[in-house]
Design a protein around this ligand. Sequence first.
Ligand code: VGL
Ligand code: ZN
Length: 230
Amino acid sequence: MDLDDVPHLDAARLGKGDALVVVDMQNDFMPGGALAVAGGDAFLDRVNALMSLFKEHDLPVVLTQDWHPRDHDSFASRHPGKRAFDPYEAPGIGPVLWPDHVVQGTRGAEFHPGLDARLADAVIRKGYHKKTDSYSGFLENDRATETGLDGYLRSRGAKRIFICGLAADYCVYYTAADGAAKGYEVVVLSDLTRPVGSPPDRMKTATDDMLRKGVRFLGSAGIRRRDAPA
Ligand code: VGL
Ligand code: ZN
């Protein structure tokens, strides 16, 4: 199923135990970037407003930051004869290879200047082990190595996490699926994310899997303040 066709919640009222996770809103994933996601910069203001709203409620706001060494094994440039977006499967790498992106210390790895990163309580970096990718904000692609996000959210008392950011069919998808597997109530903000779209059916498969795993979907306009009238 496509993200637009998925059944959505009507609304969600913010309260104790809620947290916001903003995934990989970095220059390289924005239009013009090394691994550009179409429309990736179209909802920065909404994300800023949402971060402010969570802060007002004293609820945790976490950013994830994809953060690769310059010779990361997920880069097609490391594999002779391969090109970006070519299919490739190896332990911790795949299902496709990527253009070089979010290399540590480069401008492409920085958060988009339109994202107000001052509003975040914590930044969790991921993808820094050369031989293993990390799509999920929780677990690397070996499906075992923790990033620390779960520990952070748990120690802040989070029970329900709202997820937005890039990209819908990779890092948002895996973060949502892993969050659900770890026992969080997971709500993906479907208007505040966009897919890479490679391979082409990727978003459909990802959406079906999120549904199977109990992830729920909401438009960000459905988020209600704690004290809003019913
Ligand atoms: C991502 C592909 C490679 C993402 C990161 O943020 O979704 N996708 N690295
Ligand atoms: Zn990456």
